[in-house]
Design a protein around this ligand. Sequence first.
Ligand code: KIV
Ligand code: ZN
Length: 525
Amino acid sequence: MTDVIDSQRVTIFDTTLRDGEQAPGASMNLAEKLKVAAALELLRVDVIEAGFPAASPGDFESVQAIARKVRGISVCALARCTRADIERAWDALRDAERPRIHVFLATSPIHREHKLKLSRAEVVRRAVEAVGIARSHGNDVEFSAEDASRTEPDFLVEVVEQVIAAGATTVNIPDTVGYALPTEYGETIAMLKRTVRGIDRAVLSVHCHDDLGLAVANSLSAAQAGARQIECTVNGVGERAGNCSLEEVVMAMHTRAASLHLHSNVRTTQLHAASRTVSRATGFVVQRNKAIVGDNAFAHEAGIHQHGMLQHPSTYEIMRPEDVGFRNPGGLVLGKHSGRHSLRQRLEQLGYQLEEAELEAVFGHFKTLADRKKEIFDGDLETLIDGLKGGPGGRWELVSIQATSGTGSAPSAAVCLQQRGGRQMEDAAVGDGPVDAVFKSIERIAGVKVKLRNFQVRNMTPGEDAQGEVHIEVDHEGRSYRGRGISTDIVVASAHAFLEVVNRIAAVRPRSAMAADEEVRCGAV
Ligand code: KIV
Ligand code: ZN
């Protein structure tokens, strides 16, 4: 009986920190990546793909830090099929309890001809050689045939067969450009199971992108056909339209277990917390109607639905909110009589893991807030913690803002920033509105110029003293950056969001490039 159940278990391979982070504007700093890794550990995914060590020193450092921290699950690093990449991946992974090296090479004719300029034979040779090098370091080696869904079936069979013979323990069949259809993709997996010699020596994996909105459907179809690893990301973040959404694919297997006969090890009650953690770390807002983790995922507005729900929840609910850790969406959670235990519990549901001393500090501020504000909502708690932790950290902190607007005079702002470990600096500007004037003042102080791409405001909590959340997205030197700020004052929230963007830019830009200009432009306070 156990064997039967286990043969239906699907390994959940999370690539939020690698493919997810490749989404424009989703880049995370080390502290944010460690928080995401901790959330994935709590979620009990089977494999965390922590990054691509050869891509940058920052990527190497974060893979190494995650490899040293995470216990009980595999930590994976991506490498191209070159010795240098594989050695770099192994260096980053060597302290992991369960290291996995993941090598990839494109196999489709389009990639072979236009990108790689390699023959079929050369692709096979390089793939086999890379798997051999990776196996010389460890027993857990994955090979990905990039753009597999557009590869000739006979060649795909050959590649899969050869990399298994060379020692690959997992072989991934990515739908790199999100082109596959569920029936056809399932058939590819079934064909590989039928045809490839030695297929039982490796786990077949799938990795679907969502360009046609079919990533989850394709992954499930592949798993029904025999794939036993699904690669996915929390909130479906990833390049272009994103990757297969972890929470959706896991809950589909969970909710429809009787039909699919598939299951995973994921603790579904941690899904909501993981989603919040990833949203905070990447700055990507989860749309309200997002399946499983969106604010409206369990909300019933229509009278007829509410009536049915009151009679029996199963009339309109196929999952219980608590199954995904969605206890009290946006609702009243705590008040001034709430104790440390309730506070900790609620914070954990929001994805915060606090040390005892941190909880103590938060509890003190929570009590002060509860004296002022009768009703404490999730948004209030997130604001409080983000404020105490100083956001994601960075070179600049906001000291003060004065902004004016109205009819008959040009909107203007004066901003004072504190440079971490340095001086306070201030500047002023006029703009198209008070928010624009604040942005211009910050740009002048920090010595960066950005192009604003997107500006969104939404309420985080209900009521007159509602917290507003501002999300912005900017372009700077060919890269996109996101920032988020929360306050009861939209201008202040905008300043925090803009400062987060500036701090993210500062983190990837040499200090000297910004510092020289700062001295010239701004008066020290
Ligand atoms: O989409 C893709 O093909 C990838 C591979 C590197 C697995 O991300
Ligand atoms: Zn991918």
